[in-house]
Unconditional design. Structure first.
Length: 228
């Protein structure tokens, strides 16, 4: 059952953050030719509890069919539309070091509702290079290129010292969505959304948990070595 989109309630941020997980799982199911899926099966594939999945999908107005579950293609279409992926969003990547180069070469971006339309760097040795079929342009031309190519999302993969300046220039010419890979916090005007991806922070969080596993394992070892 799909409710009229005009009647949908606002979707909580936590639910929005999980929608891509559901979409990924649904696409995997569709590729395997699975026509429908239960909430339990979809929740397991997405790595969440089934009650949370049902609550999340209720915000879309989708409740499934009792005894049948969710239509895979229909639900994938609904989530795709809700996430704004029914169109290709023009993306500019600023900073073509190792990380920026890898992002530009990630061909899956072209099939997930995003299209990289501009690559920019300040290094003369990088400017003019061909990456993923595109020519790297000079960051000095950022305003002209971003405006001319209708960039909607800016990806910052520069060193931290350059990130705020790049962000200021992007937002000054109308970019309202920024994905920041630089290890710093960006200040943006009202109405601009920033998502930060910090790999070092994620590794540090894993290290926090890992160091707590080691003492637990060490405490258990003598018990395992004691003969009955």
């Amino acid at each position: 059952m799909i409710a009229d989109s005009a009647a949908r309630r606002d979707i909580p941020d936590a639910t929005v953050a999980r929608l891509p997980q559901y979409l990924r799982a649904l696409r995997d199911l569709a590729e395997r030719g699975v026509p429908s899926v239960s909430s339990e099966e979809l929740a397991a594939a997405a790595g969440v509890r089934s009650a949370k999945l049902r609550r999340d999908l209720s915000h879309l107005g989708s409740y499934g069919v009792r005894g049948v579950g969710y239509g895979v293609d229909m639900l994938a279409h609904e989530i795709t539309r809700e996430l704004g992926l029914a169109q290709n969003w023009p993306v500019a990547i600023v900073g073509l070091g190792n990380l920026g180069h890898a992002l530009a070469s990630y061909l899956a971006l072209a099939t997930r509702g995003f299209q990289v339309v501009a690559l920019l760097d300040r290094d003369p040795d990088v400017i003019g290079q061909q990456i993923a079929g595109m020519t790297v342009g000079p960051v000095d031309d950022l305003e002209r290129i971003v405006t001319g190519r209708g960039v909607a999302i800016g990806v910052i993969a520069t060193p931290a010292a350059s990130a705020q300046g790049v962000c200021d220039r992007l937002t000054a010419v109308g970019v309202r969505s920024v994905l920041n890979f630089a290890p710093c916090v960006l200040s943006v005007p009202a109405g601009v959304d920033v998502r930060k991806v910090d790999l070092s922070t994620e590794l540090q969080i894993l290290a926090f948990h890992e160091q707590r596993k080691a003492p637990a394992a060490q405490e258990m070892t003598p018990l395992l070595e004691v003969a009955p």
